[in-house]
Design a protein around this ligand. Structure first.
Ligand code: 13P
Length: 230
């Protein structure tokens, strides 16, 4: 199983350091086949040591240059970061990243041999239109994405389940993951959206779920490690 923590715009450099220290103490009990990823805010990126991989929540697709407010490869290389989240719904919706931009970013980081956790997910009004609309929407978010890239992980995160406390139902996750798996071959597929200690087992037991991408419930190290060790 893959357990990934997306801190979003939470935690500081200092609190991330204490988090990682506490996490390391807990991860001794982790199953060796399980993989843990931490995506802290950019100001907390550093060379951390432990049984986890640190990735960046975002980066500009360039080595360096005149891209005010962004970081590029040069800044990631300093901390040996080789993992990135691309296509998160908050970047698509709040930061207006188009599918074109998202796929350009994907291509750049693929060329750089990054491990990419690529996020897709539909808004509520699409879910309400029925399953055909959902799949049409999700497949459009795979436009321009090389589904044969060996360092690709996909995360399905329905927007209506993110930060709402209401996860998708077992049946919704099962049917969506099964349909996605048909076009995804052997790519690991994560579920994200209100995953928490209370529902982790139920979600990771669903066929076609290879792991989870957790926001709110990953912010507290006790809660996140409880899920990893579940
Ligand atoms: P929540 O776990 O807070 O719903 O967030 C999910 C998410 O967006 C992870 O990337």
């Amino acid at each position: 199983m893959i357990y990934a923590a997306n801190f979003k715009t939470n935690h500081t450099r200092k609190s991330t350091q204490s988090y990682i220290q506490a996490l390391n103490e807990k991860l001794g009990a982790k199953k060796s086949e399980d993989k843990v990823y931490i995506f802290p805010p950019m100001t907390a990126l550093d060379l951390y040591e432990g049984a986890f991989t640190v990735g960046t929540q975002n980066a500009y697709p360039a080595h360096n240059g005149a891209f005010t407010g962004e970081i590029g490869l040069e800044q990631l290389d300093e901390f040996d970061i080789k993992t990135i989240l691309i296509g998160h719904s908050e970047r698509r919706e709040v930061l207006n990243e188009s599918q074109d931009k998202v796929s350009q970013k994907f291509s750049f980081f693929k060329t750089q041999n990054f491990e990419i956790i690529y996020c897709i997910g539909e808004p509520l009004h699409i879910r309400e239109q029925g399953f055909e609309s959902v799949m049409h929407y999700l497949l459009a978010q795979l436009d321009g994405i090389d589904m044969h890239y060996e360092k690709l992980i996909v995360a399905y995160e329905p927007i209506w389940a993110i930060g709402t406390g209401r996860s998708a139902t077992t049946d919704e996750i099962l049917t969506t993951h099964s349909a996605l798996k048909k076009v995804m071959h052997d790519i690991p597929l994560l579920y994200g959206g209100s995953v928490k200690p209370a529902n982790i087992k139920e979600i990771t037991d669903i066929s076609g779920v290879d792991g989870v991408l957790v926001g709110s419930a990953s912010l507290d190290v006790e809660s996140f490690s409880q899920m990893v060790l579940s």
